[in-house]
Design a protein around this ligand. Structure first.
Ligand SMILES: Cc1noc(C)c1-c1cc(NS(=O)(=O)c2ccccc2)cc(C(=O)O)c1
Length: 130
């Protein structure tokens, strides 16, 4: 219904801004594109559901997020994938795990800082009705 479409349009505009801001941060550069299987050949043997910020931007445009919580689930997926694929105590793994946790915490902080809680509640009501 028209009011609902206006609300979801506003959500998409908001999520695009958050996604673009995260993708501009050089700390998160390795999370901006799908992991390249030429560079990391066994990645998809270990990680069953890859996710990245470019894919998330496409999902926004395809209307695949009906509330901020669903967007944050994919942020969590980027993070858990990085923690699972890079579990060891060597410096490289530690750096990518730290970057992944920083991505997650930064995304949650942006949403909490810039998103009205009753706007999110309204989005969830629309989702639950559909
Ligand atoms: C992400 C990710 N998850 O597991 C690993 C391991 C990585 C990861 C992947 C890559 N190389 S990549 O070609 O797949 C790529 C380059 C630029 C943006 C996105 C992906 C480099 C690094 C790195 O630390 O330099 C890390």
């Amino acid at each position: 219904e028209e009011i609902e479409e206006a609300t979801l349009r506003e959500l998409r505009i908001f999520l695009r801004e958050i996604c673009a801001k995260l993708a501009r941060n050089r700390t998160f550069y390795i999370f901006t594109k799908p992991v390249d299987e030429e560079v990391v050949p066994d990645y998809r043997d270990i990680i069953k559901e890859p996710m990245d910020l470019e894919t998330m931007m496409t999902k926004i445009d395809q209307h695949e997020y009906e509330c901020a919580q669903e967007f944050l689930c994919d942020i969590d997926l980027i993070c858990t994938n990085a923690l699972e694929y890079n579990p060891d105590r060597n410096p490289e793994d530690k750096i990518i795990r730290h970057r992944a946790c920083t991505l997650r915490d930064t995304a949650y902080a942006y949403i909490k800082a810039e998103m009205d809680t009753d706007f999110e509640d309204k989005c969830r009501e629309i989702r639950d009705r559909r």
